[in-house]
Design a protein around this ligand. Sequence first.
Ligand code: UD1
Length: 502
Amino acid sequence: MQHNVQQKIESIGKDILSLTEDGRVPFYRFGPGPFGLQASSYKPENHEQPAAVSAEREPCGNGLCDICRAVGCKQRQKIEAESDTSPCFKVGGMRKISGRVRVHGAKNSVLPILAACVLCDSPVHLKRVPRLSDTGVSLRILDSLGCTSALSGSEAVVDASGLCETRIPDRLVREMRSSVIFLGSVAARAGEASLCLPGGCELGARPVDLHLMGLRALGMEIRERGEKLYATHHGLRGAEITLPFPSVGATENILLAAVCADGKTVLRGAAREPEIVDLCSFLRRCGAKIVGEGSPVIYIEGVKSLHGTEYTIMPDRIEAATLLGCAAVTGGKLELDDCAPEAIGSLMAVMRRMGCRLEIFRSSVRLVSPARLNGAGLVETAPFPGFPTDAQPVLTAMGCVAAGETRVRETVFESRFKHLPELIRMGADIDICGREAVIRGGSPLHGATLYARDLRGGAALVTAALAAEGESRIYGLSHIDRGYERLEKTLGLLGADIERIR
Ligand code: UD1
C-alpha cells in the first residue's frame, strides 16, 4: 500500500512536470479522496529523491513536484538533523484565542521608511518600530553606510548625516530581499550605489525590472554586472513613469529617488498599499512634496533636500490579519486595538462570509467567531485594495477548519503555496492546480512536526496548529521572526498554549 501511495505521488509529480512542457494543467489532489491518498500516509521525507532532475524542467515552486520535493526533502532532512539545536514553537492546539491586544508597527512600512532615512540630513526619530529580524537587517545596512542608528524598545533614531559608503553589503542584501529599496535612496543621496541582485526567493523569481525601469527614467544609469547592480547619476530629473503592474517595491524605489529629483514626476500604475501611503506621509513630514498616494497616480515635485522628523509607523495589517485568523480558527473573541481597520477591509469581508461577526470602530476591530467557520468560497489575491497575498496563507489555514470549500487563487506571487504540504501533513484535504488551491475544510487537523518555508506560510502553520488536536512543533522560526515581533508572546497573552523552545 505504502508503495502504491509513493508511486501515485511520484506520478503526480511527473504530471506537474509534463504540464510545464506542454502547457497542460492537470488537477491533482492530496488528502482523502479519489486517489485514496490519506494525509497521514503522505510523508514527503519518506519519498525517494528523484535520481536526476532535468535542467529544462521548471519546479512548481510549491513543494509538490518532484524537483521541489527533492529540495524539500533535503531541507527537511537538514532541519530534522538540526532539530536538536534549532529553535521551534511547541504549540498545544484547541485553546481559544481571545482577549484584547494592540498590533505592532508594520514591517512593510518600517523597511521603506528606514531606507528613506538615508535622504534626511538630520536625525529621524521613529516610534512604533517593530522589533523584527528584518528591522535589524535594515539598521545594519544603515550602519554599514556610515549612518548611525539606535533602537530602544519600539523607538529608533537614525542619523544619516554621516553617510560615507554607497556599497550595500551582499550578506545583508541576501538576508533581506527588500534591501533593494535602498538602491533608490542611497543613489539619490550619494550619486551612486551598488548592491547584489536580490535574486529569487521563497515566493518565486521576484525580478526587479520595474524598479530599474523607473530609476532609469529618472536619469539613473544602472549597469548589471554578473550578480551586481551599479547605479550612478549626475542629477536626477523628474519624469513620467507608468508601471505595467503596481509593484510595491518599485513604487517605493521610484518615490525615494524622485522626491529630491529636479522637477516633477508623475507615477502612473503606482501601488496603492497603505504602506505606500505611510511612506509618503513620512516623506512629506521630512519636507517632500507628494500628492495622490493611495490612488494609482502619484505626483511628486522634487525638493532640494529632506530633513529629519518624528514619525509613528502605521499598524501592521498582516499581523492584524494573522491574529484575527488565529482567533477565528479557535472560535475566539478578539479585540484588536489601534489596528487601522480601513487597511484590512477585504480580509474582513471574507471573514464575514465565513461566519465571523466583526464590529469596526475608528481604530479598532472586535471579532466574535462562530463555533464553526464556513468555507470562504473563491478568494483571489490582488494588489490593494484586493485581498492581500500576505494574508493568503493564513486564510488557507482558516479554510482547513471551515465547513465547506475555500478556493484560493494566488495572482501576485507564483510560489506561495509552500505551506500547503505541511497543512496536508496535519490532515487537511487540499487540491492544488497551478496557482489555485481548493481546500475542503472539515477533516480534523492533528498536531505534527512542521517547518516554515517562508514568513507568512509560517504564520499559517501556527494558525493551523492552534486549531489542531494535540501538539505541534514548528521549525523555521527565522522566517516567522522576520515579520512578527515575538508572535508566541502575543498569542500567549491571548490564551494560546505556545512556547519557543531554545
Ligand atoms: C511587497 C511586500 C510583500 C508583499 C508584496 C505584495 C515589502 C517589504 N514586501 O513585496 O510583503 O507580499 O509587496 O503586496 O513591502 N515584480 C516584477 N518586477 C518588479 C517588481 C515586482 O515582475 O520589478 C512582480 C513580483 O515578482 C511579484 C509581483 O510583481 O510577482 C509583486 O511584487 P511587488 O509588489 O514588487 O512586491 P514586493 O515589493 O517584493
